[in-house]
Design a protein around this ligand. Structure first.
Ligand code: PEP
Ligand code: MN
Length: 344
């Protein structure tokens, strides 16, 4: 059920609708938009009679939702959402650039990367303290010690910290030290982790699963939002296909598809999407060209010495060139005539 309020509905009308939803044993999610507020109802196993709401003050209409998702949908919020991450936003009028090493390795490595990222004008810094590695013998990350270093980067450079949680303990630790909880591809359908992240008040960067469909990605976002955390950013990071020229196949067609269905922002990860240093910049440009709200890029001061994902890491110089190129492209793309022509 989706309850659309009239543009002039009072705050008390919205409150009253939320109370009735609660009395019925369900949960109401109020989403303010530019022109009106809509309220999504979750927690019902069957359909709800619209008559409960239709005659209430301030209600324009009560609509049964037939799609599998409710809260991510543009029916609930027709405008695109801008998600606040620390002191900046993702999905607003600026191209969001999140950059940094795959993993936090040492104080020296981290700060030398952070200096470059801050100088580039990016507002977000990445670096994993908990690493989901294929081999149990590979570097697993520095844990809380790494998170403390990331917090120091924020304090020194004013960069907002995006870092991965692999479990509930990681979510708690990032609530304390970070600004955005990354849920990695391998955990996209870890439903208990999604629910747990939905109970926090930190934004969540949700990466597409290794072989997830768009519906599966959107329903994973819905899990987080159904718990009351509406600050979700989607990320296309490539999926596994039969191709072996790249680590993954970066599925850029998902970007306009996402913008058609959901108000949530989507960013592109050309680092994991390709796995090769020489492919990262061209695919970053492509991501911006198809309308991504941002990019997440792996950068290492010395890629040859990286403990994780060195083959896809950009050098600081390559990264600086990438930023200059994508910013120029974004200025072109964000012109209203271009956006209207590409997204409907
Ligand atoms: C990462 O961002 O370093 C990472 C492990 O990404 P993914 O979950 O997309 O593989
Ligand atoms: Mn990585």
């Amino acid at each position: 059920m989706l309850i659309v309020m009239k543009p002039d509905a009072a705050a008390s009308d919205i409150q009253r609708v939320l109370e009735v939803i609660e009395t019925l044993g369900f949960r109401g999610h109020a989403m303010p938009g530019e022109n009106r507020t809509a309220i999504g109802v979750t927690g019902n196993s069957g359909s709800i009679d619209p008559a409960h709401f239709e005659n209430m003050d301030g209600v324009a209409e009560a609509i049964r939702v037939t799609k599998p998702y409710k809260l991510i949908s543009k029916d609930l919020r027709p405008e695109r959402s801008a998600v606040k991450v620390g002191t900046a936003t993702i999905g607003g009028k600026d191209l969001a650039i999140i950059a940094g090493p795959c993993a936090v390795e040492s104080h020296e490595q981290l700060f030398s990367a952070a200096e470059v990222i801050a100088a580039s004008g990016a507002k977000f810094f990445r670096g994993g303290a908990y690493k989901p590695r294929t081999s149990p013998y590979a570097f697993q990350g520095l844990g809380v010690e790494g998170l403390r270093m990331l917090a120091e980067v924020r304090d020194t450079y004013g960069l907002n910290i995006v870092t991965e949680a692999m479990d509930e303990h990681g979510v708690d630790a990032i609530e304390r030290y970070g600004d955005c909880i990354q849920i990695g591809a391998r955990n996209m359908q870890n439903f208990s982790l999604l629910k747990y992240a939905g109970k926090t008040r930190k934004p969540v960067l949700l990466k597409r699963g290794l072989s997830a469909t768009l519906d599966e990605l959107l329903l994973a976002a819905e899990y987080i939002m159904a718990e009351g955390n509406y600050d979700v950013i989607l990320c296309e990071r490539g999926i596994r296909t039969f191709g072996n020229h790249a680590r993954n196949t970066l599925d850029l067609s998902v970007v306009p598809a996402v913008h058609r269905i959901t108000h949530l922002p989507i960013i592109v990860d050309p680092s994991h999407g390709t796995g090769h240093n020489y492919m990262v910049t061209p695919l970053a440009r492509a991501g911006v060209a198809v309308g991504a709200d941002g990019l997440i890029i792996e950068v290492h001061p010395k890629p040859d010495e990286a403990l994780c994902d060195g083959s896809q890491a950009l050098t600081p110089i390559q990264y600086g060139e990438l930023v200059a190129q994508v910013n120029e492209l974004f200025t072109l793309i964000k012109q209203p005539s271009v956006i209207e022509a590409t997204v409907s």
